[in-house]
Design a protein around this ligand. Structure first.
Ligand SMILES: *Cc1c(COP(=O)(O)O)cnc(C)c1O
Length: 310
């Protein structure tokens, strides 16, 4: 349960139908659930994953939230905003050396009161190592620790609760994947008649099959039928990598549907869905629900594209 003081401005976000002539000829229906509209700052799935953690942190009397991320992380952005709004101090352990010029995301986080602590990439990768924990994190304790991307069991549970609020009349639910925590929640909270399709945005994201199974507490097994899969062909070269083709797609999508996507997550997911529909991947008469997981602040890292969406 979320206490009354940790809540959002807009929990009733719309589902919009996306019409394209070629969908009709293939008898496919595509809709988008607009979680980019749930909040300006603590947006999309980052809110879904944070809310139960914030609630527990408050219950347990923590004043500090400590979390991890890169320079453009939507999770860092959302945590900083949540700290300011709900009265926590926030500490961001940031991957890589302190840049000469802060990214727009980190600038926002700093203004929202987050204390930024830069660590080298090797320490970041090995952050679970006890010696590194001792050296880096100890100085900030006591703090409620939220993993990178906000994905832990509580977050998965809250995404599962979210999935139960979605209307039943869809065959496929799709979402962009970073850590896979959100997708795990969508799988957990949906009945078996639905297929859940994740689009990883990282290159070489095959490890997510196992990570998601771990979030679900199930074994990965080739012969056990399951109702979810990942399509790892739409990373566009890797995390936060973009291309002219992807950006043209995002601009055209905006012109046709007045919905902003960004190239890190939601642009890749929507591009993938269009491409898979074209290729006949989905059964005839499929009704697909794409989750717009937010992250619009990420456009600040792509100023030219952002201009084309004005
Ligand atoms: C973080 C993020 C994701 C990925 O969520 P995971 O739970 O880490 O897979 C997807 N979309 C947006 C906009 C995000 O910010």
């Amino acid at each position: 349960m979320i206490s009354e003081d940790i809540h959002l401005t807009n929990t009733h976000t719309p589902i919009q139908s996306i019409d394209e002539p070629f969908f009709k000829s293939l008898s496919i229906r595509l809709s988008i659930k607009r979680e980019d509209l749930n909040d300006k700052e603590i947006q999309g799935n980052k809110w879904l994953k944070l809310k139960t953690n914030l609630e527990l942190a408050k219950q347990q009397g923590y004043k500090n939230l400590l979390t991890f991320g890169g320079c453009y992380s939507n999770h860092i952005y959302a945590t900083a905003a949540a700290g300011r709004r709900f009265g926590f101090n926030t500490i961001g352990i940031i991957r890589g050396p302190e840049p000469e010029q802060l990214s727009p995301t980190l600038n926002f986080a700093l203004q929202a009161g987050m204390q930024l602590h830069f660590i080298n990439r090797l320490d970041y990768r090995n952050i679970h190592n006890a010696e590194i924990q001792q050296r880096i994190i100890k100085q900030f304790l006591p703090a409620y620790i939220i993993p990178e991307g906000g994905s832990n069991q509580l977050a998965v549970g809250s995404c599962a609760d979210y999935a139960k609020t979605l209307p039943a009349d869809y065959d496929v639910i799709s979402c962009a994947c970073g850590t896979g925590g959100t997708l795990a929640g969508l799988i957990k909270g949906s009945d078996n008649s639905k297929s859940i399709l994740g689009i990883p945005v990282l290159k070489g994201a095959e490890f997510l099959f196992e990570d998601i199974s771990n979030f679900l507490n199930t074994e990965v097994s080739a012969d056990e039928p399951n109702n979810w899969t990942l399509n790892t062909n739409y990373h566009f070269g890797g995390y936060a990598k973009s291309s002219a083709e992807l950006e043209d797609f995002i601009v055209e999508f905006y012109h046709n549907h007045s919905i902003k996507l960004e190239p890190v997550y939601t642009g890749k997911m929507m591009y993938a869905l269009y491409d898979l529909i074209k290729k006949g991947y989905f059964k005839k008469n499929s009704r697909i629900l794409a989750i717009h997981s937010g992250g619009i602040q990420g456009l600040d890292g792509f100023p030219e594209l952002k201009k084309r969406l004005e």
